[in-house]
Design a protein around this ligand. Structure first.
Ligand code: C2E
Ligand code: MG
Ligand code: MG
Ligand code: MG
Length: 291
């Protein structure tokens, strides 16, 4: 901004800048302590298959409780990325996720655990090797793991990142494109990317209201993804109206508060039962409703 303001201008240092710098540094220092102390926990949110009504995947979501107060991931994930702490934290989430969910995964080979992976992690060292080692050590089949990345990891055509994702896919790990539609999102660019699933961002899901006949953006996204051989998950499903609409469009799976909020490991079982009930109710409505 200072540069844009002209050659002879400079950015005046204001007290608010110092404050935000101190806050940032403090946040990062706190996060480092929490990571070192193993205080980052993992919550799980179910993803329901529209074909079977069963929870096929759960997504691991990092949680940080600081002095009894929950710090939202929207705040601490960017801080972790800036400071590089995301590498350590991401490994911790992966390890906890695999350890906590191994028994659930072992019950059915169709089940999967999805973990969010930042571009920083993919650029750093051999992430594929790390993930496969964690899978091996926890007894989780790599074919039961999904790596969620955002479009931004593909922005600068980083060969290393593509290689890592390709290596993971060769080992049976699936790759999902998270928050789809919020980035630069040329659907055409999807072709040829090492991706299996498209996760439609919740901002699109929230466009669906009762009485909507046709939302062309959504139907195009689903059709295009299917045309490219990708499966489609819709994020942020909060109402039965949205779920029904997305099912009609042919989405393969749905995720959102309608089915379950993210829950801690021990609460996961009830969370899954609850989401199945919600799904059964939805199905019931559809079956008994007018054609
Ligand atoms: P995401 O991967 O897109 O995860 C979905 C987010 O939407 C989660 O927020 C989830 O709680 C929220 N959500 C799910 N269903 C609904 C719904 O029906 N309505 C609404 N309003 N929200 C819903 P959360 O847990 O706050 O995480 C935010 C973001 O932080 C995640 O977005 C992900 O990008 C990032 N994140 C979380 N954990 C990790 C992690 O371990 N590693 C990395 N790299 N990023 C993470
Ligand atoms: Mg995600
Ligand atoms: Mg998402
Ligand atoms: Mg999202």
């Amino acid at each position: 901004a200072a540069k844009a303001a002209g050659k002879n201008r400079y950015l005046r240092f204001r007290p608010e800048m110092m404050k935000s710098l101190v806050e940032r540094t403090e946040l990062e220092a706190g996060l480092r302590l929490a990571v070192d102390a193993g205080q980052i926990t993992v919550h799980y949110q179910p993803i329901v298959s529209t074909r079977s009504g069963v929870v096929v995947t759960v997504e691991a979501l990092a949680r940080w409780e600081r002095d009894g107060e929950v710090v939202p991931p929207a705040q601490f994930i960017p801080a972790a990325e800036r400071s590089g702490l995301i590498v350590e934290m991401g490994t911790e989430v992966l390890l906890k996720g695999c350890t906590e969910l191994e028994p659930w995964l072992a019950e059915d080979p169709a089940r999967a655990l999805a973990v969010n992976v930042s571009g920083v992690q993919l650029q750093h060292g051999d992430f594929a090797e790390l993930l496969l080692a964690v899978a091996q050590n926890t007894g989780v089949d790599p074919r039961q793991l999904v790596v969620e990345v955002t479009e931004s990891v593909f922005f600068d055509d980083d060969c290393h990142v593509i290689q890592q994702l390709t290596a993971l896919r060769n080992a049976g790990v699936r790759v999902a494109l998270d928050d789809f539609g919020t980035g630069f999102s040329s659907l055409g660019r999807l072709q040829g990317l090492p991706v299996d699933t498209l996760k439609i961002d919740q901002s699109f899901t929230s466009m669906i209201h009762a009485g909507d006949e046709n939302l062309p953006i959504l139907s195009c996204m689903v059709a295009m993804a299917h045309g490219l051989g990708l499966s489609v998950t819709a994020e942020g499903v909060e109402t039965a109206v949205q779920a029904e609409y997305l099912m009609k469009l042919g989405c393969d799976s749905l995720q959102g508060f309608l089915f379950s909020r993210p829950t801690a490991g021990p609460g996961l079982r009830s969370g899954i039962a609850l989401s199945n009930d919600a799904f059964a109710a939805l199905r019931g409505e559809r079956v008994s409703g007018p054609r």
